[in-house]
Design a protein around this ligand. Structure first.
Ligand code: NAP
Length: 288
């Protein structure tokens, strides 16, 4: 069992840190809004720290799950950030969905200070974090990955090192590119079926067992048909992720025409008041 810190107790970080404590790790938490950290300690034990640096002091592994690149810089390399307090031979694991370039930037800072860095974005959403069954896509050095993998498995069903630093973020981009096109296809299919007067639930029950089946169809088809979007993975987050994908595609020359189009559809959903709606709300745009 390790001495660890967790920075960022949001929708994802809060339950991930809970699983680390439940597996017997000694957990110190930091959250920008201190009340959440106090609540976490009252429920799970351990202690909370006032700054990322204080949280990282004396830990073997420091985990982090904040919003975007800027937030990540804030908790790592800014004043009071964790990096200045990391000991030699320790490791920093970042679960934020961020760019591959910030992963490389932080890895280089970590290496020069003598500790390891793994970019490790996750898939599986709030339910995956609550139930400890996330998928974790990792990039970094194999010895550092071997050091952190057992702790990551506290809240994961699958974790894998996919290549050098940045590879975890690039894999997560593939994941989000798939989801964008897939959800738009599902939205169009349900929209079409509704216009045709079909029993949507019955149709989805059948076609989900065939070649059109997907996680989105299984987990979102019914709620889309009921126009329920007040849960899940927010459109604002999806647009953040798609902008990371589109920026990376400019660098590597990949063509993402459908992803770029769906990103614009999500901008329209934001305009409909759907900033915090689940990504499946692409159907709301077709049915307005
Ligand atoms: P969230 O609930 O908004 O939590 C964000 C966390 O980051 C909060 O603890 C917040 O602190 C902290 N934070 C934000 N900016 C900060 C800053 N500048 N300095 C210090 N702390 C800061 O977000 P989430 O849903 O947990 O998502 C976290 C990451 O996981 C994102 O990159 C997201 O794209 C990714 N992700 C989310 C899901 C999902 O279903 N939610 C699924 C897969 C991946 P406060 O409490 O003070 O605001």
């Amino acid at each position: 069992m390790a001495k660890v810190a967790f920075l960022g107790l949001g929708v994802m970080g809060y339950p991930m840190a809970r699983h680390l404590a439940a597996k017997g790790h000694e957990v110190t938490v930091y959250n920008r809004t201190a009340a959440k950290a106090e609540k976490w300690v009252s429920e799970n034990g351990g202690r909370h720290a006032a700054t990322p640096a204080e949280a990282a002091t004396g830990q073997e592994i420091v985990f982090c799950c904040v919003g975007n690149d800027d937030d990540l810089r804030q908790v790592t390399v800014a004043d009071g950030g964790a990096f200045a307090a990391m000991g030699k031979g320790t490791a920093f694991v970042d679960h934020t969905t961020a760019s591959a370039s910030i992963a490389r930037e932080l890895d280089s800072a970590a290496r020069s200070a003598g500790f390891g860095f793994i970019d490790a974005p996750v898939s599986g959403g709030q339910a995956g974090a609550e139930n400890g069954v996330l998928t974790v896509m990792c990039g970094g050095q194999s010895d550092v990955y071997a050091y952190v993998e057992p702790a990551i498995m506290s809240y994961a069903r699958a974790a894998r090192l996919l290549g050098p630093t940045g590879s975890g973020q690039l894999a997560k981009m593939m994941n989000q590119i798939c989801i964008a096109g897939l959800v738009q296809g599902l939205a169009e299919s349900i929209h079409f079926g509704q216009r045709a007067g079909l029993d949507i639930e019955a149709v989805l029950d059948v076609i989900s067992k065939g070649a059109a089946g997907s996680w989105q169809m299984e987990n979102r088809g019914k709620t889309m048909n009921q126009a329920k979007y007040d849960f899940g993975f927010a459109v604002d987050w999806m647009r953040k992720d798609l902008s990371i994908c589109l920026d990376e595609a400019k660098l590597n020359g990949a063509l993402l025409p459908v992803t770029a189009l769906v990103d614009q559809f999500y901008a329209e959903v934001q305009g409909l008041g759907g900033k915090r709606w689940d990504t499946s709300s692409l159907l709301a745009r077709l049915n307005r």
